[in-house]
Design a binder for this molecule. Structure first.
Ligand SMILES: [Zn+2]
Ligand SMILES: [Zn+2]
Length: 342
């Protein structure tokens, strides 16, 4: 009787960033749900690169105290009075972005650009929203997606980065047979490689300076792995790092009239090879988050077209999370996605 449980238990465990670089396990009240929300017992929540980059204050988007975590899946344990179509016990994941569904962008289906956008587990100058490194989380019913049978909670917790990869590939308007380079094959780059293959791209070239990452890329479908793709005359480049040398390489890798999609944003400013873009009439796109691509991405994972298991380095408890944040922060070799089970 989990629904009763959530009423009886008023406190829950949560991993709180109490100051930059330091976590504490704390007891917080179980969130109260609104009429149109459900209460989710969090079963799995991934540690995102943006959490790791944010924990030292460098991004300004994890202002303490904050419970981080936006890549999660779990079970519905309580329903708001106006929620329809969902039941207690349903296995779900949810959009990391909280959107208003009223502004001009939401009405166009661009919820990632919502004027009053918030993100779970993010606190910045405009808003603070607690995240899923906790026992429970309140989520709006319109943000929920049911898990296909056979998909584990851990796999479902990886769907958010898959939606980011899919949205980037959509922005690139890839046509079957297109030759595409992915510059930077960390977590997102590796997912982009797989989504490109699933979408029928031709040759996919993976670029990185790290040989381990290149062999991961080869194992996940990249046709060519290399340290540089400059001059390859490709149809499209997808850049997943966000520093001057890699943005420069992405732009110099495409043919005249080609497309360049920028996902990486490690630096807020980069040097931009303006004449390369202007005189060869390239199109440069930004991409951010996703536009409700969850059902397709859950299916890509469930069908095995996108393999997320190989990227999951560890599944840990909430008590171990602080230690793993530290190891990720120090960029321990071979450590990719860490999934927490609160
Ligand atoms: Zn994320
Ligand atoms: Zn909106």
């Amino acid at each position: 009787m989990q629904i009763r449980l959530s009423f009886i238990i008023s406190g829950m465990k949560a991993l709180q960033l109490v100051e930059y670089g330091r976590f504490e396990m704390t007891e917080l009240p179980v969130p109260e749900i609104a009429d149109d929300e459900v209460l989710i017992k969090v079963v799995a929540c991934g540690i995102c690169g943006s959490d790791v980059h944010g924990m030292d204050g460098s991004t300004g988007r994890r202002i303490p105290p904050i419970v981080m975590g936006h890549e999660a899946a779990g079970e519905i344990v309580q329903l708001g009075s106006k929620v329809e179509g969902w039941s207690i016990g349903d296995r779900v994941t949810f959009e990391s972005v909280i959107f208003c569904n009223k502004c001009e962008y939401c009405l166009k289906g661009q919820s990632n650009l919502c004027n009053s956008r918030q993100v779970f587990g993010v606190s910045c100058s405009e808003f603070k929203r607690q995240g899923a490194f906790a026992d429970y989380l309140a989520v709006h019913a319109r943000s929920l997606f049911g898990l296909p049978d056979g998909l584990t909670y851990e796999q479902a917790a990886m769907v958010e980065p898959v939606t980011v990869a899919l949205h980037a590939v959509d922005r690139a308007q890839i046509k079957p047979g297109d030759r595409v380079v992915v510059v930077g094959v960390g977590m997102i780059g590796l997912l982009v490689v797989q989504v490109l293959k699933a979408r029928g791209a031709g040759e996919v070239i993976a670029v990185d300076v790290n040989p381990e990452k290149l062999s991961m890329a080869a194992a996940h479908g990249a046709d060519i792995t290399t340290e540089s793709s400059i001059g390859m005359e490709l149809d499209c480049a997808i850049e997943a790092v966000g520093i001057t040398p890699t943005v420069d390489m992405a732009i110099r890798s495409v043919r005249k009239g080609g497309n360049v999609v920028l996902i990486g944003n490690l630096s807020s400013h980069v040097e931009f090879p303006l004449q390369e873009v202007v005189t060869r009439q390239l199109t440069v796109y930004g991409t951010y988050g996703s536009e409700g691509d969850y059902p397709e991405c859950l299916e890509l994972i469930a069908s095995g077209k996108v393999n997320v298991d190989g990227m999951m380095s560890a599944v840990i408890t909430l008590d171990q999370a602080s230690e793993y944040f530290d190891r990720l922060y120090k960029q321990e070799p071979g450590l990719m996605k860490v999934v927490v089970r609160p």
